[in-house]
Design a protein around this ligand. Structure first.
Ligand code: 2AM
Length: 171
């Protein structure tokens, strides 16, 4: 199964992302828009594994305190357009300890540098003339999830297999 670890977005954050997607659509930017139910922020991409067991066991050991995440601007990696989040040491620390827990347990994952983003659109047909504004939005992160990713008839289906809650007091 294909696995990845991500933060689910609050409804407020999803609305901000959807509004940015509307801004791109209005400019007739085509491509593969992420449906609302699939919007998320990846912490680590594991890829194909025969079972989720080892990853789940590794993630149980992750210690972290809740923190807040604030939407911040739209950008792109080539033809992939995303909504960013404000630089946050607590978010970077969570990605680091999640990745360390996987590495310590021998679970393989994509080691590319963590660049926090919420994918809005893949394979954009063109660049927008005007970068959409993001309405102010933030959320409290008090858990992260291990997801399975499958190709469905109408696109990708992401299923949360397990959730891992913050277990330290808020800083
Ligand atoms: P993306 O949104 O930038 O494509 C499920 O595929 C999630 O894992 C997506 O959020 C995707 O990021 C992320 N991901 C990170 N590294 C990946 C990789 N090497 N292959 C596929 N998805 C990856």
């Amino acid at each position: 199964m294909r696995l990845f670890i991500a933060i689910e977005l609050s409804e407020e954050m999803k609305r901000a992302a959807a509004q940015a997607q509307d801004g791109l659509r209005r400019q007739r930017v085509g491509g593969n828009y992420t449906p609302a139910e699939n919007l998320h922020m990846t912490l680590a991409f594991i890829g194909e594994l025969p079972s989720a067991e080892r990853a789940t066991a590794a993630l149980r050991a992750v210690d972290f305190a809740p923190f807040s995440l604030t939407a911040d601007g739209v950008g792109c990696f080539g033809d992939l357009w995303w909504m960013g989040v404000r630089a946050d040491p607590a978010l970077d620390a969570l990605a680091r300890i999640v990745r360390r827990a996987l590495a310590d347990a021998g679970v393989p994952f994509d080691r590319k540098r963590f660049r926090p983003h919420v994918t809005l659109l893949r394979r954009a047909s063109a660049a927008p003339r005007v970068i959409p504004e993001i309405r102010p939005a933030s959320m409290r992160v008090d858990r992260f999830c291990l997801y399975r990713s499958e190709r469905g008839k109408n696109g990708m289906i992401y299923t949360a297999l397990d959730a891992f809650a913050a277990n330290r007091p808020e800083a």
